[in-house]
Ligand binder design. Structure first.
Ligand SMILES: [Zn+2]
Ligand SMILES: [Zn+2]
Length: 111
């Protein structure tokens, strides 16, 4: 399945870093993270793989936090603004219009 390197802002909506681009790394092993079209994040080093909505994120500003619906929508806008390729834009649009609303319907967000 096609994947892109996961680079975007922090999905914790109250974070002051939610306009800052990060190349996210898996805390447990330091591996880079890849994102697929289903919204799954996969660590390139240890192979951990789960829907992004189930991961917790720490940009260094607040300890580990789950992303919120608003945070993920914002993250997609940042992904589009920093995208280098059409693929990356298409991924972010798919995430924003299909995957995140699906997570919302499934009750994945607390807020
Ligand atoms: Zn890992
Ligand atoms: Zn943050």
């Amino acid at each position: 399945m096609q994947e892109i390197l996961f680079e975007s802002a922090c999905p914790y909506v109250e974070c002051i870093n939610n306009n800052t681009k990060y190349t996210w790394r898996h805390h447990n092993c330091g591996g880079n993270e890849k994102l697929n079209r289903m919204g799954d994040l996969r660590c390139l080093k240890c192979g951990s793989c789960a829907p992004m909505v189930d991961w917790k994120f720490d940009c260094g500003n607040h300890g580990f936090q789950r992303g919120s619906y608003q945070g993920y929508k914002h993250l997609c806008m940042i992904m589009i603004s920093i995208a280098d390729t059409e693929d990356e834009i298409e991924f972010a649009q798919n995430l924003s219009f299909n995957v995140i609303p699906k997570w919302k319907r499934e009750g994945k967000f607390n807020n």
